[in-house]
Write a protein that binds this ligand. Sequence first.
Ligand code: DAH
Length: 347
Amino acid sequence: MNDPDILVQAAQAAFDAAPTPAELENAKARFLGKAGALTEAMKGLAALPVEQKKAQGAAINQAKQRIDAALQARRDALARAELERQLRAEALDVTLPGRRRGSGGLHPVSRTLMRIEAIFRSMGFDVADGPEIETDWYSFTALNNPENHPARSMQDTFYVDLKDAEGRWLNLRPHTSPMQVRYAQAHAQRHAGSGAMPEIRVIAPGRTYRVDSDATHSPMFHQCEGLWIGENISFKDLKVVFTDFLRRFFETDELEVRFRPSFFPFTEPSAEIDIAFAGGPLKGRWLEVAGSGQVHPNVVRNYGLDPERHIGFAFGMGPDRLTMLRYGVNDLRLFFDGDLRFLSQFQ
Ligand code: DAH
């Protein structure tokens, strides 16, 4: 092992075989360290005769330089490999599409409610909001729907585990009709004693609740109430206003509107409003979109108004149903499942 050439070869092989900088430094110690092979060879010089010492010394020095160079070369190679590995790991593909923040959008039913509000506002209607937890009086009695009357069972109701001042269970309102009474009462009070009473023209959209669940009914759904009360408002006005609303809502004049006699406790006469499209997939089929009628005198009295002087009409429509018709959706429950694959189609 004392032949300098063999030492250089052995060192070169050991360095090349070192896979990491740490192992390379270990290999270095085996040759250049205090007890390393080259150091041992130097120590061996002392025992040599003078003339050999010179030649051997020069050879060992040269070997040391070559081993140093080999070590440095291997260090550089390992450092380069490490750098390349890092660059590869952190590689950035600038051609990839960027990550965008998802943008939300309006729910289709919200879009419908906004359209309804805009159209009725343009016809001079106010837009009112009211409580979803109601008293028995506002949900039923004030609307000429007395306790134990069979008409109440048209609206199987959710009750809340709380009672009102009269000891009656509060309910989740089964319709927006209580808002007729709340709004008209406030209006009547505001103008009491002022002689002339301005007309009441209001819509009240909002959430409503019934024990119902199938493709066209959901326990939570939406309604929009409408009320127009004045000194001389007739069924003819209802027909004109509602027909105009529907044509603007569906953006077509090719729409037939039919008022079909019906029954509601709070109106007399009462009518169901049906529409039929002149074209499209629903062509020619009559579809019910609202209930309506001339407000019953008992209800006008509950507004705090005189039914001899104040008459008018009310209607209640289903914005969910209007949304289904407008977009061709056949299952109401899709609106409330929260599935983005469905909802994002309306953006
Ligand atoms: N409240 C009724 C319902 O939920 C709808 C309705 C019918 C409202 C006639 C009205 C009306 O204002 O006049 O079925």
